[in-house]
Design a protein around this ligand. Structure first.
Ligand code: ZN
Length: 360
């Protein structure tokens, strides 16, 4: 028996402001480090960091090139800030660089890393810092060898690596990796991705959320193409989560509370197949859990109408343009965010109060 709270749908729409996602936005600019959320005094940092960590993370030092233990690491997993645990990179973005420090071509999600201009040593460089604790990570350069063109050059000491398949469980020979690997990813379409992304970013156990497009039939679609409704893509969020702190069932229960799964190709006044309700599953477990929750919701008549959510296999995810990423946090003063997303987030926070990130 699944416990579902009854509360008004957190629908993603606005009449007077235009359909969700239709507004133009300036690309957000990354801000400097003074707004990080975890604040400790120098003395407090000295108590929790080793002298090497303190030198690099708090005094903006640099470790010797080719000395870091994560330089050659090729294991799959997540790289977190070694001071505060904030997820920063994944192994998917790591590449071999001859610069002598671990290098990545992208951060795990926008908003987890902040930048500042660094004029030390007679150079003008862009410093990168953990957005949560302000810890110095390294620098970013525009000479990356992959399609992003970026090279995040990071001190090993600033990072903590969490392998994807660790823990006692994987030592067992009978283990089903699909079920027990602590890190999993799912892609969900529930209308406007700004709103859905803002909500999942607050959920405990969620490591990253990206807004993008899935389920269509052209490569690398633009927002304008998807908005035209002709590419068959849905606006989606791609969620990577740690199963030690949440579960696929929780992720899907949240999904059914933050959008209306009974309106075909529509969320409020947002009409078109790009706003369809869809779950793109990556493995049998995700498919099974999604179907069980839908069946239970139908049986319990949680909704007056039939659920039209489509459960289909995941194929490919295209990340949306940068200005759509972390849209709410970067545009809080915008009328759409204040009038539509903020009230929905508040409502979500009340209903899921015990599942919200504690240090958000
Ligand atoms: Zn940090």
């Amino acid at each position: 028996m699944i416990q579902f709270f009854q509360f008004p749908f957190l629908l993603c729409f606005v009449v007077t402001l235009g359909a969700c996602g239709q507004q133009q936005s300036n690309k957000p600019t990354l801000s400097s480090s003074d707004s990080h959320t975890m604040k400790k005094s120098d003395e407090e940092w000295k108590q929790v960091l080793t002298p090497d960590q303190y030198y690099i993370l708090r005094e903006k030092g640099t470790e010797k090139p080719f000395s870091g233990k994560l330089l050659m690491n090729k294991e799959k997993g997540i790289y977190k800030c070694s001071a505060c645990g904030n997820p920063l990179f994944t192994s998917d973005g790591k590449f071999d660089s001859d610069c002598g420090w671990p290098s990545f071509d992208r951060e795990i999600q926008s908003g987890n890393i902040k930048t500042a201009t660094d004029r030390s040593h007679g150079m003008i460089r862009t410093e990168i810092m953990c957005a949560k604790c302000g810890g110095h990570l390294g620098h970013i350069f525009n000479d990356g060898p992959t399609e992003t063109g970026q090279r995040y050059c990071v001190n090993s000491i600033s990072l903590e690596f969490v392998p994807e398949n660790t823990g006692n469980s994987v030592k067992s020979k009978t283990i089903d990796y699909n079920k027990t690997a602590p890190i999993d990813t799912i892609t969900l379409g529930g209308g406007c991705f700004w709103c859905v992304e803002a909500i999942y970013r607050e959920l405990d156990g969620v490591l990253s959320v990206e807004s993008g497009y899935a389920g269509g039939d052209i490569k690398n679609p633009t927002y304008e193409q998807v908005s035209s409704g002709t590419t068959k893509h849905a606006e989606v969020v791609q969620i990577t989560f740690d199963e030690r702190h949440t579960s696929i069932a929780e992720i899907i229960k949240v999904f059914f509370k933050v959008h209306d799964p009974t309106t075909l190709n529509q969320q409020g006044p947002d009409i078109g197949s790009q706003y369809r309700s869809v779950i793109f599953f990556r493995n049998e477990n995700q498919k099974k859990v999604a179907q069980e929750i839908i069946d239970e919701l139908q049986k319990e008549k949680v909704y007056k109408k039939h659920i039209v959510t489509v459960v289909e296999p995941f194929t490919i995810f295209y990340k949306a343009e940068n200005y759509h990423q972390n849209y709410y946090q970067n545009n809080k003063e915008q009328p759409y965010c204040r009038m539509i997303i903020q009230p929905k987030l508040k409502e979500f926070e009340q209903v899921f109060s015990n599942q919200i990130k504690k240090d958000k």
